[in-house]
Write a protein that binds this ligand. Sequence first.
Ligand SMILES: [Cu+2]
Length: 169
Amino acid sequence: MRFLGLLVVSSAVVLGACGGGGEKKADSAATPAPAATDTATAATAAPAAPAGPAAAITGTTIEVKMVGDEKGYRFEPADIKLKAGDGIKFVMVTGGPHNIAFDPATIPADVKPQLSANMPNQQGELSSPLLTNPNDNYIISFANVKPGTYPFHCTPHLAMGMKGTVTVQ
Ligand SMILES: [Cu+2]
């Protein structure tokens, strides 16, 4: 009996390091966001148009592990603080598939376009592809994303509490 050598070509996650020279300095005159306690149950379905170009990471890339084991499902660390221009590399470690998703209802309208532009290959609005294999990863630049705290979660494991927050300072 002969076995044909099966060449398993692992799909290389091509992380587009796009060298677009569009470096915008976010010199926003820190407008303090009013404590928005309004119930944003707007039934108006705003089209998710990724307006504007992705902004490349200019600062630090922080690694966040995506873990699922006997202790549960989680991001490590789960609460991440970023400076302007930083980004996050989400790495699948165990218990996948995992993804990274922002609930569009929790993301301010003036943040959505840049965040969306910085999330390649979305599988739904503000939702990354599923990461299935160890070391699969997904990088989100938060460059040009306005300061604020944005909750995110893993869609397959949201019910098991796999969630976190990104705070852009
Ligand atoms: Cu998960």
